[in-house]
Design a protein around this ligand. Structure first.
Ligand SMILES: Cc1cc2nc3c(=O)[nH]c(=O)nc-3n(C[C@H](O)[C@H](O)[C@H](O)COP(=O)(O)OP(=O)(O)OC[C@H]3O[C@@H](n4cnc5c(N)ncnc54)[C@H](O)[C@@H]3O)c2cc1C
Length: 564
């Protein structure tokens, strides 16, 4: 059974998928699936949104937002968290009873291997190699894997490969990730889907598993960063030649490769490319259903103690209280945001003292909730809080997907070589400008600067694993002002962000640091010392935005004199 061709040839790729989709028992005209689906105005094909532009503000200079026009019946009718969870499931069932009967957008998928045939003799069935999108529901990659497994009438297995160390992730991050995966295991079992945690890098463990278990096809999710891309490349080479590897972008609302084929300059250049495709891609998810093939009853559960024991990450940074891992906690965060904080989002999102933001980034980063789900639920509040709902969608779609675009198309996403020439040149011009004071990494990490606001923000980062979005910009810009070179500033800001922030090591983080220090997705501003034309921020500006004293009181940052 053919499921696809080689990525290297766009014609065989599309041709391969046409064959796949013809073979899947769709309820519509097989030869013209996409176009007939477009004409059908019912359930899964009904778009839940359309787009236009309106005014608002992002973190950059550009002042437009995504405008979501949700379905007519928008007023949410739940009064408790349990009802909220039921409401989400009802929405899925409105899309389709299962993925089998859903018109899956084939452009979400690309085939990475040269193998194109699924051998139906491989009784082990289909594997979803889970990595960036660690959730069961609202996951296009897992839905696609189930679709294939249902068609082939074979079992479905989710595999996660755990590495003992990942960049500078700490125990804080590993506990959050493993906690989320424990919920994935439970939910998989309920749906008769096997879940395996393989200890070791995917390139070593996955091909072996595929051989041992007679797996016929592997589906993986997509991440734009260097290391996970390397993992995928290595796995493509290491898999048995006759086992296809197919990738699904389960993280972005509009698949990265559909939005744009190049690095976009700024939010204003990508926004319309995304907006124009939302009617096609911002749809409800169908539910992942109880799998009809295979039997997970009686199979051994994961040894989570062994998983914890194999870790060799930095153990000095431990878990935080406020963010509990997993899909259910993520939904609770979304529920609380929609029902309590969303009303404040538009007016108060630059005020670190106002509890106005979603706080969803840890769960989004670990893929424990889908950004598309967050957008769908927030959009239902558009009739009540239009500006806030639109501003949130701008952040969660345009800014987030712009960050993925940058990291995917710019191999230097975390160093100064990735800057635009105007920004690089201006930093070069001011390279020799005197930095006074100039702090070491230890002084920064220990919140020992002369700036009590900065120290308070750093203390919050260390203690709580988070920092308000507005302060993140200020925080990184001050590191540029106080370190020997822009290279050092970028290195330290990425290091501290990745080490302490629960949402660290994310495209948003690299872009956030590159925006603050290197003007990525921004424009040139009035020239000044050290910064050149990079946008500047200062303490007085913060005082105009929010109650700095109250913030300092809350986190206890002191004024430290520089000891020379
Ligand atoms: C120096 C610096 C470092 C940053 N590091 C990270 C990081 O490590 N991980 C991370 O997810 N974000 C990072 N950001 C972007 C942004 O600050 C955070 O996404 C946001 O503060 C997360 O809080 P929230 O979930 O309450 O956001 P909300 O304001 O509620 O927004 C909802 C979601 O939209 C997305 N989003 C919001 N703002 C941005 C933005 N400016 N760029 C891209 N996506 C955005 C996030 O996924 C966020 O969770 C960084 C920004 C800067 C300036």
């Amino acid at each position: 059974m053919q499921i696809g061709g080689s990525l290297r040839s766009p014609f065989s790729f599309l041709g391969g998928f046409r064959i796949t989709f013809q073979l899947l028992p769709m309820k519509r005209n097989k030869s013209n699936a996409a176009s007939s689906a477009k004409k059908r105005p019912k359930n899964n094909e009904r778009s839940s949104s359309s787009t236009s532009k309106s005014s608002g503000s992002g973190s950059g200079s550009d002042e437009e937002t995504v405008t979501i026009t949700p379905e007519k019946k928008t007023k949410p009718n739940y009064n408790s968290f349990d009802q909220f969870l039921s409401h989400i499931q009802e929405q899925r069932l409105k899309a389709a009873p299962n993925i089998h009967e859903f018109a899956f957008r084939k452009k979400r998928v690309r085939v990475l291997s040269s193998a194109s045939d699924v051998n139906e003799q491989y009784k082990g069935g289909v594997v979803y190699w889970m990595s960036r999108d660690a959730r069961v529901q609202d996951n296009w990659a897992l839905l696609f894997a189930q679709r294939l497994a249902l068609k082939l009438e074979l079992p479905l297995t989710v595999v996660y490969c755990l590495v003992p160390k990942f960049l500078n992730a700490t125990l804080r991050h590993y506990k959050f990730m493993l906690g989320g995966l424990q919920e994935v295991e439970r939910q998989c079992r309920e749906l008769n889907i096997s879940f395996k945690l393989l200890l070791g890098p995917a390139v070593e463990r996955l091909p072996q598993f595929v051989n041992d278990e007679q797996i016929g096809a592997v589906i993986c999710d997509f991440a734009p960063l260097r290391l996970p891309r390397q993992w995928v490349e290595d796995v493509v080479k290491a898999l048995p030649a006759n086992v296809p590897l197919t990738q699904v972008d389960a993280h972005n609302v509009v698949p990265l490769w559909v939005t744009s084929e190049k690095q976009e300059y700024a939010a204003r250049t990508i926004r319309n490319k995304i907006n124009s495709k939302l009617s096609e891609y911002l749809t409800e998810f169908p539910p992942l259903i109880k799998h009809a093939h295979g039997n997970v009853k009686g199979s051994h559960g994961v040894d989570w103690t062994a998983a914890h024991k194999m870790l060799s990450c930095d153990m000095s940074v431990d878990a935080v209280e406020w963010a509990q891992p997993g899909y259910t906690s993520a939904c609770k965060q979304l529920y609380d945001f929609c029902t309590r904080r969303l009303r404040l989002f538009y007016d108060k999102r630059n005020d670190p003292m106002a509890d106005a933001l979603s706080g969803l980034s840890p769960w989004l980063h670990f893929g424990q909730i889908s950004a598309q789900r967050c957008v769908l639920e927030v959009s239902r509040y558009k009739t009540l809080f239009k500006a806030s709902a639109e501003a949130f969608c701008e952040e969660a779609i345009v800014r987030r997907e712009l960050a993925d675009n940058f990291c995917y198309y710019n191999e230097h996403y975390d160093n100064l070589k990735g800057l635009h020439s105007w920004a690089y040149e201006t930093l070069q011009t001011h390279r020799k400008d005197k930095r006074s004071p100039c702090y070491t990494l230890e002084e920064l990490e220990q919140s020992r600067t002369y700036d009590d606001l900065w120290n308070s923000a750093q203390l919050q980062l260390v203690k709580e694993g988070k920092m308000h979005g507005f302060l993140r910009m200020y925080w990184a810009k001050k590191i540029l002002e106080w370190t020997e070179t822009p290279e050092q500033a970028l290195e330290y800001s990425i290091l501290l962000n990745d080490k302490y922030s629960l949402d660290g090591r994310d495209p948003n983080g690299y872009v956030g640091c590159m925006w603050s220090i290197g003007g990525i997705h921004d424009q040139g501003w009035k020239e000044r010392a050290i910064f050149g034309k990079i946008r500047y921020m200062n303490y007085q500006g913060c005082k105009r935005k929010f109650d700095v004293n109250a913030f300092v009181m809350r986190y206890g940052g002191k004024v430290h004199k520089k000891e020379n």
